[in-house]
Design a protein around this ligand. Structure first.
Ligand SMILES: NC(=O)c1ccc[n+]([C@@H]2O[C@H](COP(=O)([O-])OP(=O)(O)OC[C@H]3O[C@@H](n4cnc5c(N)ncnc54)[C@H](OP(=O)(O)O)[C@@H]3O)[C@@H](O)[C@H]2O)c1
Length: 338
């Protein structure tokens, strides 16, 4: 069977996106053929195009998709034609602890083809069912940003109702974290460069908001908001621009989830104060298929609908990337494939 898929090819400073056609191999006994309904973009997908030397030739980009099963291998019992499914971010991190070898299986990364294609093949163990109340476009927002927020707050963060959470900016991870934490009864502080986005964040349930352009010392404002005790959970998304302030804003026994590199990879935080607060830093690398399944259970229980800022047609994928780079979005950007 033929699939039309996007592929990255070498560009000057940024890999180019081209449409190609590929013959899909026959399914092995445990594999599943999925017709992709929608895919979503993450900040990581810009980095993959910038760091193009790390990519295999003709890499199919993007990690996040949801679609419909159109065929199953001879030994597959759990899934059947017509099921709505979504692949985990790592093709071989199904459950348990993260190990080095999982890294190479990240979809749409250096060595593993991603999901920006009409049809993709996945192993039966590497996919989850799409929650019934979600469209395929909504479900496609979850494998990277949603699982990362879930892993940080619930699997490692042990988030409790009534605790405070601070998220940086209003991109995919931050807004999904706001929605998940809010549904759990946590009090979420959102920072943003835009008052308009902050107003929308309050509509989505943010407890407090801070414009980080207006208040460069947002850590001081966050301390005031928490009566001087500090924030219980911070999703550290900014990197060098934000880290030192996150260390000041974190509370006693608090948890910083080390996730993002929005301002670069070279954060050099002065971490000694963490010991005087009995606070911790949890490194987060997306999450496993098991994390994804538990996220979907929570999303189903709370009937959460991920926020889609803008959708693009399959032929407009490059415009989707451009919108991501412009960072005017709030929540997620989606490419409708089907
Ligand atoms: N470790 C992991 O497993 C993992 C998983 C997913 C993502 N990530 C990382 O997490 C970060 C967020 O990813 P994403 O896909 O959610 O990004 P995104 O959707 O592209 O988010 C962009 C938004 O982040 C905010 N922002 C940018 N620079 C900022 C800064 N210096 N301080 C505070 N906010 C800033 C802006 O929000 P406003 O416009 O509101 O100001 C911007 O619109 C990225 O660095 C990504 O690589 C890591």
């Amino acid at each position: 069977m033929l699939t039309r898929q996007y592929e990255l090819s070498p560009g000057n400073h940024y890999a180019q996106l081209k449409i190609g056609t590929r013959e899909l191999p026959g399914l092995s006994p445990t594999q599943i053929l999925i017709r992709v309904g929608a895919a979503s973009l993450n900040y990581r997908d810009l980095l993959i195009r910038k760091m193009q030397d790390d990519n295999q030739p003709h890499l199919v980009p993007l990690s996040d998709a949801a679609g419909t099963v159109v065929a199953v291998g001879s030994a597959v019992a759990q899934w059947r034609e017509g099921d709505r499914v979504s692949p985990g971010f790592f093709a071989d991190w199904v459950a348990g602890a993260f190990r080095l070898h999982h890294m190479a299986s990240a979809l749409g990364g250096g060595q593993t083809n991603g999901v920006l294609a009409e049809y993709i093949v996945a192993d039966e163990a590497a996919i989850v069912a799409v929650p019934e109340h979600l469209s395929l476009a909504e479900a496609a927002t979850l494998p990277c940003a949603g699982v990362t927020a879930w892993h940080a707050l619930f699997e490692r963060g042990n988030l409790q109702a009534g605790e405070t959470v601070l998220v940086q900016g209003t991109g995919g991870v931050a807004i999904l974290a706001l929605q998940l934490a809010g549904a759990h009864g946590a009090k979420v502080i959102v920072t943003s460069s835009s008052d308009e986005k902050l107003a929308r964040a309050r509509q989505l349930g943010a407890w407090q908001t801070i414009n980080y352009r207006e208040h460069a010392d947002w850590d001081r404002v966050a301390l005031e908001m928490t009566n001087g005790t500090g924030v219980d959970h911070i999703l550290e998304l900014g990197g060098p621009d934000t880290y030192s302030r996150s260390l000041k804003a974190i509370g006693y026994g608090g948890r910083i989830a080390q996730i993002g590199v929005l301002s670069g990879f070279d954060a050099a935080p002065h971490i000694t104060p963490m010991q005087f607060k009995n606070a911790s830093i949890n490194g987060i690398c997306v999450g496993s298929v098991a994390h994804y399944a538990r996220l979907n259970q929570f999303i189903s229980e709370h009937k959460i609908h991920p926020l889609i800022d803008q959708s693009f047609a399959y032929e407009e994928a490059d415009a989707g990337y451009a919108a991501l780079a412009a960072a005017g979005h709030m929540g997620k950007l989606v490419i409708n494939v089907d």
